[in-house]
Ligand binder design. Sequence first.
Ligand SMILES: *Cc1c(COP(=O)(O)O)cnc(C)c1O
Length: 388
Amino acid sequence: MTHATGRHFLQIPGPTNVPDQVLRAMAAPVIDHRGPEFARMALELLQDVRAVFGTAEPVVIFPSSGTGAWEAALVNTLSPGDRVLAFETGHFATLWRDIATGLGLEVDFVPGDWRHGADPDTVRERLAADGARAIKAVCVVHNETSTGVTSRIAEIRRAMDEAGHPALLLVDTISSLGSIDYRHDEWGVDVTVAGSQKGLMLPPGLGFNAVSAKALRAAETAALPRSYFDWRPVLAANKAGFFPYTPATNLLYGLREALRMLREEGLPKVYARHARHAAATRAAVRGWGLEVLCADEREHSGSLTAVLVPEGHDADKVRALILDRFDMSLGTGLGRLAGRVFRIGHLGHFNDLTLAGTLAGVQMGLALAGVRVDPNGINAALDHLQSC
Ligand SMILES: *Cc1c(COP(=O)(O)O)cnc(C)c1O
Protein backbone atom coordinates (compact mmCIF):
# COMPACT_ATOMS: atom_id res chain seq x y z
CA MET A 1 0.00 0.00 0.00
CA THR A 2 1.41 3.35 -1.06
CA HIS A 3 1.62 5.82 1.84
CA ALA A 4 -1.17 8.37 1.42
CA THR A 5 -0.82 12.10 2.05
CA GLY A 6 -3.26 14.93 1.34
CA ARG A 7 -6.99 14.33 1.15
CA HIS A 8 -8.44 11.03 0.09
CA PHE A 9 -10.47 11.33 -3.14
CA LEU A 10 -13.88 9.86 -2.27
CA GLN A 11 -15.32 9.72 -5.78
CA ILE A 12 -17.89 7.01 -5.26
CA PRO A 13 -21.48 8.06 -6.01
CA GLY A 14 -22.25 8.28 -2.33
CA PRO A 15 -21.45 8.70 0.41
CA THR A 16 -19.91 11.86 -0.96
CA ASN A 17 -17.30 14.28 0.38
CA VAL A 18 -18.69 16.27 3.32
CA PRO A 19 -17.78 19.98 3.17
CA ASP A 20 -15.70 21.33 6.05
CA GLN A 21 -18.42 23.81 6.99
CA VAL A 22 -20.91 20.93 7.35
CA LEU A 23 -18.44 18.95 9.48
CA ARG A 24 -17.92 22.02 11.67
CA ALA A 25 -21.66 22.58 11.98
CA MET A 26 -22.03 19.02 13.28
CA ALA A 27 -19.18 19.39 15.78
CA ALA A 28 -21.45 21.03 18.33
CA PRO A 29 -22.86 19.86 21.66
CA VAL A 30 -25.95 17.69 21.53
CA ILE A 31 -28.94 19.57 22.93
CA ASP A 32 -32.16 18.47 24.60
CA HIS A 33 -34.35 17.22 21.77
CA ARG A 34 -37.42 18.10 23.84
CA GLY A 35 -36.27 21.62 24.64
CA PRO A 36 -37.06 25.02 23.08
CA GLU A 37 -33.75 25.43 21.22
CA PHE A 38 -34.26 22.14 19.40
CA ALA A 39 -37.85 23.02 18.53
CA ARG A 40 -36.79 26.35 17.03
CA MET A 41 -34.18 24.62 14.85
CA ALA A 42 -36.51 21.79 13.77
CA LEU A 43 -39.43 24.06 12.86
CA GLU A 44 -37.15 26.11 10.61
CA LEU A 45 -35.46 23.03 9.12
CA LEU A 46 -38.70 21.18 8.38
CA GLN A 47 -39.80 24.24 6.43
CA ASP A 48 -36.48 24.91 4.66
CA VAL A 49 -35.87 21.32 3.58
CA ARG A 50 -38.95 21.43 1.33
CA ALA A 51 -37.28 23.63 -1.30
CA VAL A 52 -34.74 21.01 -2.37
CA PHE A 53 -37.61 18.57 -3.05
CA GLY A 54 -39.54 21.23 -4.94
CA THR A 55 -42.47 20.88 -2.59
CA ALA A 56 -44.66 22.94 -0.30
CA GLU A 57 -45.85 19.72 1.40
CA PRO A 58 -44.42 18.01 4.48
CA VAL A 59 -41.08 16.20 4.46
CA VAL A 60 -40.68 13.43 7.04
CA ILE A 61 -37.10 12.96 8.27
CA PHE A 62 -36.08 9.62 9.78
CA PRO A 63 -32.82 8.64 11.46
CA SER A 64 -32.27 5.91 8.87
CA SER A 65 -30.45 4.94 5.71
CA GLY A 66 -32.08 5.46 2.34
CA THR A 67 -33.30 1.86 2.53
CA GLY A 68 -35.38 2.79 5.57
CA ALA A 69 -36.93 5.65 3.62
CA TRP A 70 -37.84 3.16 0.85
CA GLU A 71 -39.61 0.98 3.39
CA ALA A 72 -41.37 4.00 4.90
CA ALA A 73 -42.75 5.00 1.49
CA LEU A 74 -44.26 1.54 1.01
CA VAL A 75 -45.62 0.78 4.50
CA ASN A 76 -47.35 4.15 4.80
CA THR A 77 -49.24 3.94 1.51
CA LEU A 78 -49.95 0.28 0.70
CA SER A 79 -51.70 -2.83 2.02
CA PRO A 80 -50.75 -6.52 1.94
CA GLY A 81 -51.28 -8.01 -1.52
CA ASP A 82 -51.39 -4.63 -3.30
CA ARG A 83 -49.87 -4.61 -6.80
CA VAL A 84 -47.09 -2.17 -7.62
CA LEU A 85 -45.48 -1.50 -10.98
CA ALA A 86 -41.66 -1.23 -10.93
CA PHE A 87 -38.85 -1.19 -13.47
CA GLU A 88 -35.63 -3.15 -13.53
CA THR A 89 -33.37 -0.18 -14.22
CA GLY A 90 -30.48 -1.62 -12.19
CA HIS A 91 -29.30 -2.81 -8.80
CA PHE A 92 -31.17 -0.29 -6.65
CA ALA A 93 -34.47 -0.80 -8.45
CA THR A 94 -33.99 -4.53 -7.87
CA LEU A 95 -33.35 -4.02 -4.14
CA TRP A 96 -36.47 -1.87 -3.84
CA ARG A 97 -38.43 -4.66 -5.58
CA ASP A 98 -37.05 -7.12 -3.01
CA ILE A 99 -38.21 -4.92 -0.12
CA ALA A 100 -41.68 -4.60 -1.63
CA THR A 101 -41.89 -8.35 -2.15
CA GLY A 102 -40.65 -8.97 1.39
CA LEU A 103 -43.39 -6.73 2.75
CA GLY A 104 -46.03 -8.82 1.01
CA LEU A 105 -46.68 -6.66 -2.06
CA GLU A 106 -47.17 -8.08 -5.56
CA VAL A 107 -44.55 -6.47 -7.82
CA ASP A 108 -44.99 -6.26 -11.60
CA PHE A 109 -41.27 -5.90 -12.37
CA VAL A 110 -40.71 -4.76 -15.96
CA PRO A 111 -37.41 -6.30 -17.13
CA GLY A 112 -34.64 -3.97 -18.26
CA ASP A 113 -31.11 -4.09 -19.67
CA TRP A 114 -29.51 -1.85 -16.97
CA ARG A 115 -28.65 0.75 -19.65
CA HIS A 116 -32.01 2.53 -19.90
CA GLY A 117 -34.40 4.25 -17.50
CA ALA A 118 -38.02 3.40 -16.80
CA ASP A 119 -39.91 3.73 -20.09
CA PRO A 120 -42.86 6.19 -20.00
CA ASP A 121 -44.58 4.34 -22.88
CA THR A 122 -44.51 1.10 -20.89
CA VAL A 123 -45.98 2.95 -17.90
CA ARG A 124 -48.83 4.20 -20.10
CA GLU A 125 -49.47 0.75 -21.62
CA ARG A 126 -49.34 -1.15 -18.32
CA LEU A 127 -51.67 1.29 -16.57
CA ALA A 128 -54.07 1.53 -19.51
CA ALA A 129 -54.29 -2.29 -19.52
CA ASP A 130 -55.09 -2.31 -15.79
CA GLY A 131 -58.85 -1.82 -16.14
CA ALA A 132 -59.50 -3.19 -12.65
CA ARG A 133 -57.20 -0.52 -11.15
CA ALA A 134 -55.32 -3.24 -9.29
CA ILE A 135 -52.00 -1.37 -9.49
CA LYS A 136 -51.77 0.86 -6.43
CA ALA A 137 -48.37 2.44 -6.99
CA VAL A 138 -45.69 3.02 -9.61
CA CYS A 139 -42.17 2.83 -8.11
CA VAL A 140 -39.34 4.49 -10.04
CA VAL A 141 -35.69 5.07 -9.17
CA HIS A 142 -35.02 8.59 -10.51
CA ASN A 143 -31.25 8.23 -10.76
CA GLU A 144 -30.16 4.58 -10.89
CA THR A 145 -26.85 4.79 -9.06
CA SER A 146 -25.65 1.40 -10.30
CA THR A 147 -25.82 2.46 -13.96
CA GLY A 148 -25.69 6.26 -14.21
CA VAL A 149 -29.09 6.39 -15.92
CA THR A 150 -31.72 8.99 -14.96
CA SER A 151 -35.36 8.16 -15.59
CA ARG A 152 -37.62 10.89 -16.99
CA ILE A 153 -40.04 11.44 -14.12
CA ALA A 154 -42.01 14.28 -15.74
CA GLU A 155 -42.73 12.04 -18.75
CA ILE A 156 -43.69 9.15 -16.50
CA ARG A 157 -46.14 11.43 -14.69
CA ARG A 158 -47.62 12.48 -18.04
CA ALA A 159 -47.98 8.82 -19.05
CA MET A 160 -49.84 8.08 -15.79
CA ASP A 161 -52.16 11.03 -16.40
CA GLU A 162 -52.78 9.98 -20.01
CA ALA A 163 -53.75 6.51 -18.79
CA GLY A 164 -56.12 8.19 -16.34
CA HIS A 165 -54.93 5.81 -13.64
CA PRO A 166 -55.09 6.66 -9.92
CA ALA A 167 -51.90 4.80 -8.84
CA LEU A 168 -49.53 6.63 -6.52
CA LEU A 169 -46.13 7.66 -7.88
CA LEU A 170 -43.25 6.76 -5.54
CA VAL A 171 -39.80 8.01 -6.59
CA ASP A 172 -36.34 7.21 -5.19
CA THR A 173 -34.17 10.34 -5.45
CA ILE A 174 -31.45 9.11 -3.10
CA SER A 175 -28.66 9.90 -5.58
CA SER A 176 -30.34 12.76 -7.45
CA LEU A 177 -31.79 15.09 -4.81
CA GLY A 178 -29.71 18.26 -4.72
CA SER A 179 -27.83 17.21 -7.87
CA ILE A 180 -30.33 16.65 -10.70
CA ASP A 181 -33.40 18.80 -11.44
CA TYR A 182 -36.31 17.43 -9.44
CA ARG A 183 -39.82 18.78 -8.74
CA HIS A 184 -42.01 16.82 -6.30
CA ASP A 185 -45.08 19.08 -6.59
CA GLU A 186 -44.85 20.03 -10.26
CA TRP A 187 -44.39 16.40 -11.33
CA GLY A 188 -47.18 15.16 -9.09
CA VAL A 189 -44.99 12.75 -7.15
CA ASP A 190 -46.71 11.21 -4.12
CA VAL A 191 -43.70 10.07 -2.12
CA THR A 192 -40.16 11.21 -2.81
CA VAL A 193 -37.57 9.02 -1.08
CA ALA A 194 -34.16 10.51 -0.27
CA GLY A 195 -31.07 10.03 1.87
CA SER A 196 -28.51 12.35 3.41
CA GLN A 197 -25.21 11.01 2.09
CA LYS A 198 -25.25 11.82 -1.62
CA GLY A 199 -26.26 15.16 -3.17
CA LEU A 200 -27.07 16.61 0.25
CA MET A 201 -23.35 16.36 1.19
CA LEU A 202 -24.02 14.92 4.65
CA PRO A 203 -22.77 11.76 6.32
CA PRO A 204 -25.07 8.73 6.04
CA GLY A 205 -27.89 8.52 8.57
CA LEU A 206 -30.94 10.52 7.49
CA GLY A 207 -33.80 9.20 5.37
CA PHE A 208 -36.48 11.47 3.88
CA ASN A 209 -40.02 11.10 2.56
CA ALA A 210 -41.64 14.10 0.88
CA VAL A 211 -45.35 13.33 1.06
CA SER A 212 -48.22 14.55 -1.13
CA ALA A 213 -51.75 15.15 0.18
CA LYS A 214 -52.86 12.07 -1.78
CA ALA A 215 -50.17 9.94 -0.10
CA LEU A 216 -51.25 11.28 3.30
CA ARG A 217 -54.81 10.18 2.54
CA ALA A 218 -53.50 6.74 1.50
CA ALA A 219 -51.70 6.55 4.86
CA GLU A 220 -55.05 6.63 6.63
CA THR A 221 -56.15 3.32 5.10
CA ALA A 222 -52.83 1.59 4.34
CA ALA A 223 -52.75 -1.73 6.18
CA LEU A 224 -49.11 -2.87 5.98
CA PRO A 225 -47.72 -3.14 9.53
CA ARG A 226 -45.76 -0.03 10.52
CA SER A 227 -44.52 1.46 13.72
CA TYR A 228 -41.15 3.23 13.66
CA PHE A 229 -41.72 4.36 10.06
CA ASP A 230 -45.32 5.51 10.60
CA TRP A 231 -45.56 9.08 9.25
CA ARG A 232 -48.49 10.06 11.43
CA PRO A 233 -46.86 10.34 14.88
CA VAL A 234 -43.85 12.05 13.29
CA LEU A 235 -45.98 14.65 11.51
CA ALA A 236 -47.99 15.21 14.68
CA ALA A 237 -44.86 15.79 16.80
CA ASN A 238 -43.22 17.88 14.03
CA LYS A 239 -45.99 20.47 14.35
CA ALA A 240 -44.32 21.64 17.57
CA GLY A 241 -40.75 21.02 16.32
CA PHE A 242 -40.31 17.61 17.94
CA PHE A 243 -39.99 13.93 17.04
CA PRO A 244 -41.63 10.89 18.68
CA TYR A 245 -38.14 9.38 19.28
CA THR A 246 -34.61 10.75 19.66
CA PRO A 247 -33.73 12.44 16.37
CA ALA A 248 -30.22 12.52 14.85
CA THR A 249 -29.56 15.96 16.34
CA ASN A 250 -26.07 16.55 14.94
CA LEU A 251 -27.00 15.36 11.45
CA LEU A 252 -29.79 17.95 11.58
CA TYR A 253 -27.17 20.63 12.38
CA GLY A 254 -25.34 19.42 9.29
CA LEU A 255 -28.51 19.45 7.21
CA ARG A 256 -29.16 23.06 8.18
CA GLU A 257 -25.69 24.03 6.92
CA ALA A 258 -25.93 21.92 3.72
CA LEU A 259 -29.29 23.49 2.86
CA ARG A 260 -27.78 26.93 3.43
CA MET A 261 -24.97 26.09 0.97
CA LEU A 262 -27.42 24.83 -1.68
CA ARG A 263 -29.58 27.93 -1.22
CA GLU A 264 -26.57 30.23 -1.55
CA GLU A 265 -25.47 28.60 -4.82
CA GLY A 266 -29.06 28.40 -6.08
CA LEU A 267 -30.64 25.09 -7.14
CA PRO A 268 -30.65 25.86 -10.91
CA LYS A 269 -26.89 26.52 -10.70
CA VAL A 270 -26.37 23.38 -8.64
CA TYR A 271 -28.11 21.30 -11.32
CA ALA A 272 -26.20 23.03 -14.14
CA ARG A 273 -22.89 22.41 -12.35
CA HIS A 274 -23.61 18.69 -12.08
CA ALA A 275 -24.73 18.43 -15.72
CA ARG A 276 -21.57 20.20 -16.87
CA HIS A 277 -19.26 17.93 -14.87
CA ALA A 278 -21.14 14.89 -16.15
CA ALA A 279 -20.73 16.08 -19.76
CA ALA A 280 -17.00 16.66 -19.23
CA THR A 281 -16.67 13.18 -17.72
CA ARG A 282 -18.36 11.56 -20.73
CA ALA A 283 -16.03 13.54 -23.02
CA ALA A 284 -13.03 12.00 -21.22
CA VAL A 285 -14.49 8.48 -21.32
CA ARG A 286 -15.10 8.74 -25.05
CA GLY A 287 -11.71 10.40 -25.48
CA TRP A 288 -10.10 7.36 -23.87
CA GLY A 289 -11.95 5.17 -26.38
CA LEU A 290 -14.17 3.60 -23.70
CA GLU A 291 -17.94 3.28 -23.49
CA VAL A 292 -20.39 4.99 -21.12
CA LEU A 293 -22.93 2.45 -19.80
CA CYS A 294 -26.00 4.71 -20.22
CA ALA A 295 -27.36 4.05 -23.71
CA ASP A 296 -29.80 6.95 -24.11
CA GLU A 297 -28.62 10.55 -24.60
CA ARG A 298 -31.72 11.82 -22.77
CA GLU A 299 -30.94 9.77 -19.67
CA HIS A 300 -27.31 10.52 -18.80
CA SER A 301 -26.91 11.00 -15.07
CA GLY A 302 -25.65 14.31 -13.73
CA SER A 303 -24.35 12.72 -10.55
CA LEU A 304 -22.29 9.76 -11.73
CA THR A 305 -20.91 8.07 -14.83
CA ALA A 306 -20.59 4.27 -15.14
CA VAL A 307 -17.75 3.28 -17.46
CA LEU A 308 -17.54 -0.12 -19.19
CA VAL A 309 -14.09 -1.68 -19.15
CA PRO A 310 -13.10 -3.62 -22.28
CA GLU A 311 -13.43 -7.43 -22.39
CA GLY A 312 -10.56 -9.19 -20.68
CA HIS A 313 -10.16 -6.57 -17.96
CA ASP A 314 -11.59 -6.54 -14.43
CA ALA A 315 -12.98 -3.16 -13.38
CA ASP A 316 -12.39 -4.01 -9.72
CA LYS A 317 -8.67 -4.58 -10.36
CA VAL A 318 -8.49 -1.12 -11.94
CA ARG A 319 -10.28 0.34 -8.90
CA ALA A 320 -7.97 -1.45 -6.47
CA LEU A 321 -4.91 -0.16 -8.30
CA ILE A 322 -6.26 3.41 -8.32
CA LEU A 323 -6.96 3.20 -4.57
CA ASP A 324 -3.48 1.89 -3.88
CA ARG A 325 -1.53 4.28 -6.11
CA PHE A 326 -3.61 7.45 -6.01
CA ASP A 327 -5.71 7.12 -2.84
CA MET A 328 -8.97 7.50 -4.77
CA SER A 329 -12.11 5.43 -4.23
CA LEU A 330 -14.32 4.81 -7.27
CA GLY A 331 -17.69 3.05 -7.29
CA THR A 332 -17.69 -0.70 -7.86
CA GLY A 333 -19.87 -2.54 -10.36
CA LEU A 334 -23.02 -3.70 -8.54
CA GLY A 335 -25.04 -6.85 -9.13
CA ARG A 336 -24.75 -8.12 -12.67
CA LEU A 337 -22.30 -5.30 -13.51
CA ALA A 338 -19.65 -6.56 -11.05
CA GLY A 339 -16.21 -6.44 -12.67
CA ARG A 340 -17.59 -4.90 -15.85
CA VAL A 341 -17.94 -1.25 -14.87
CA PHE A 342 -16.52 1.26 -12.48
CA ARG A 343 -18.45 4.34 -11.49
CA ILE A 344 -17.16 7.89 -11.19
CA GLY A 345 -19.12 9.97 -8.69
CA HIS A 346 -19.22 13.67 -9.61
CA LEU A 347 -21.86 14.90 -7.21
CA GLY A 348 -22.16 16.99 -4.10
CA HIS A 349 -19.21 19.04 -2.85
CA PHE A 350 -17.34 19.06 -6.15
CA ASN A 351 -15.66 21.49 -8.56
CA ASP A 352 -13.70 21.66 -11.83
CA LEU A 353 -10.39 20.71 -10.28
CA THR A 354 -11.92 17.88 -8.25
CA LEU A 355 -13.07 16.53 -11.60
CA ALA A 356 -9.72 17.14 -13.28
CA GLY A 357 -7.92 15.33 -10.45
CA THR A 358 -10.43 12.49 -10.51
CA LEU A 359 -10.11 11.99 -14.26
CA ALA A 360 -6.30 12.20 -14.08
CA GLY A 361 -6.35 9.40 -11.48
CA VAL A 362 -8.69 7.31 -13.62
CA GLN A 363 -6.59 7.77 -16.75
CA MET A 364 -3.32 6.89 -15.01
CA GLY A 365 -4.95 3.92 -13.29
CA LEU A 366 -6.37 2.55 -16.54
CA ALA A 367 -2.97 2.82 -18.22
CA LEU A 368 -1.19 1.17 -15.28
CA ALA A 369 -3.78 -1.64 -15.28
CA GLY A 370 -2.96 -2.33 -18.91
CA VAL A 371 -6.25 -1.07 -20.34
CA ARG A 372 -5.50 0.51 -23.70
CA VAL A 373 -6.69 4.10 -23.51
CA ASP A 374 -5.90 7.19 -25.55
CA PRO A 375 -3.65 9.30 -23.26
CA ASN A 376 -5.22 12.44 -24.73
CA GLY A 377 -8.63 11.37 -23.42
CA ILE A 378 -8.58 13.66 -20.42
CA ASN A 379 -7.99 16.67 -22.68
CA ALA A 380 -11.53 16.37 -24.02
CA ALA A 381 -12.80 16.91 -20.47
CA LEU A 382 -10.41 19.79 -19.81
CA ASP A 383 -11.46 21.43 -23.09
CA HIS A 384 -15.08 21.09 -22.02
CA LEU A 385 -14.37 22.69 -18.64
CA GLN A 386 -12.40 25.48 -20.29
CA SER A 387 -15.00 26.34 -22.90
CA CYS A 388 -18.39 25.62 -21.30
C1 LIG B 1 -27.56 4.76 -2.19
C2 LIG B 1 -28.86 4.43 -2.78
C3 LIG B 1 -29.80 3.66 -2.10
C4 LIG B 1 -29.53 3.02 -0.77
O1 LIG B 1 -29.36 3.95 0.23
P1 LIG B 1 -28.79 3.47 1.65
O2 LIG B 1 -28.61 4.74 2.40
O3 LIG B 1 -27.52 2.75 1.35
O4 LIG B 1 -29.80 2.58 2.26
C5 LIG B 1 -31.01 3.44 -2.70
N1 LIG B 1 -31.31 3.93 -3.91
C6 LIG B 1 -30.43 4.68 -4.60
C7 LIG B 1 -30.81 5.21 -5.94
C8 LIG B 1 -29.18 4.94 -4.06
O5 LIG B 1 -28.30 5.66 -4.75
